[in-house]
Design a protein around this ligand. Structure first.
Ligand code: BT5
Length: 278
């Protein structure tokens, strides 16, 4: 891949801003990182990624920010994005996938992300379907995938990742503290965001390459190996409907398979999963 460009560089006021030159120098990727769009502050890297994709941005361009004023989760939820301590980034992807397989991008990103953070942590991270990485039951990272599709094909996907690197519990809002964690809180020391970023882009480049070249079949067992809810009793909230059953795994389209107590097996395409008991 040709050397990547960094656009929009303006250093954060503190000395703790990301050193993207160092990141670029360390990267060796096939698909991701062709250009970086860097911001000290932005509404949301996903929103900007979408605007770039609409203007024809190439596959692999990355939007990255030191902080977000409107960092988003799913269903309009907020993603806490304090300055210069974590990673907030979005990838423009143009996968050759049929629209019904677009959820495989989230699953592929979860495999990459869990493999990245596992390399830095002692405690094993787990995937919580569909888009969370948890350690010890607390959320370390989240994925927000937004796809633009027509009937035949995926036009582009904006893959957004928020990863808590040096976010200390003491500085989290009260309501988040019991539910969230960070790499620094888990290891007891601050971690170089550049090292995590390089590893994340490399891992994602490798996993996304596998998806593009050989399909999801090789990634699925790795997703399942990190799936934290396998065999557990879960409650799934699907709008007004709630079902309870044992989580089995996922199917090829990324749906969560749940065995209901009275024998029916359900494939859940979207919903909120809550662990009832281990
Ligand atoms: C997610 O949503 O987990 C997807 C988060 C994606 C964030 C990235 S940052 C870069 C890119 N640009 C964006 O604007 N977004 C993406 P969801 O499953 O809906 O989880 C949201 C919930 O996670 C919130 O309601 C909180 O409970 C919790 N939460 C918020 N901020 C958090 C944080 N920093 N760490 C851990 N949990 C958090």
């Amino acid at each position: 891949m040709p050397p990547s460009e960094i656009q929009g560089i303006s250093r954060a006021p503190s000395g703790a801003s990301l050193d993207l030159e160092r990141v670029r120098a360390l990267l060796s990727t096939k698909r991701l990182g062709s250009a970086f769009h860097y911001f000290t502050e932005i509404a949301s890297t996903n929103i900007h990624g979408r605007a770039l994709a609409e203007r024809g941005a190439a596959e692999g361009e990355i939007v990255i920010a030191e902080s977000q004023t409107q960092g988003r989760g799913r269903l309009g939820r907020r993603w806490e994005s304090p300055s210069c301590s974590n990673l907030y980034l979005s990838f423009v992807l143009r996968p050759k996938l049929l629209p019904r397989f677009a959820p495989q991008i989230t699953l592929t990103a979860a495999v990459a992300l869990v493999e990245t953070v596992a390399a830095f942590l002692v405690r094993p991270p787990v995937i919580k379907w569909p888009n969370d990485i948890l350690v010890g039951g607390k959320k370390l990272a989240g994925i927000l995938t937004e796809a633009a599709c027509d009937a035949q094909r995926v036009e582009y996907v904006i893959l957004g990742i928020g990863l808590n690197v040096n976010y200390r519990a003491a500085t989290m809002p009260d309501e988040l503290r019991p539910r969230a964690t960070s790499m620094a809180d888990l290891t007891g020391e601050d971690i170089s965001r550049e090292s995590v970023l390089v590893r994340l882009i490399q891992d994602l480049d490798r996993c996304y390459g596998e998806l593009e070249e050989t399909g999801f079949d090789a990634l699925q067992p790795r997703w399942e190996a990190h799936f934290g809810l396998r065999g557990q009793l879960v409650r799934v909230e699907l709008g007004d409907q709630v079902i309870t059953g044992r989580a089995l795994g996922i199917d090829r389209e990324g749906a969560l398979l749940v065995q209901e107590e009275h024998g029916q097996r359900r494939a859940i395409v979207s919903g909120e999963v809550i662990l009832v008991e281990s």
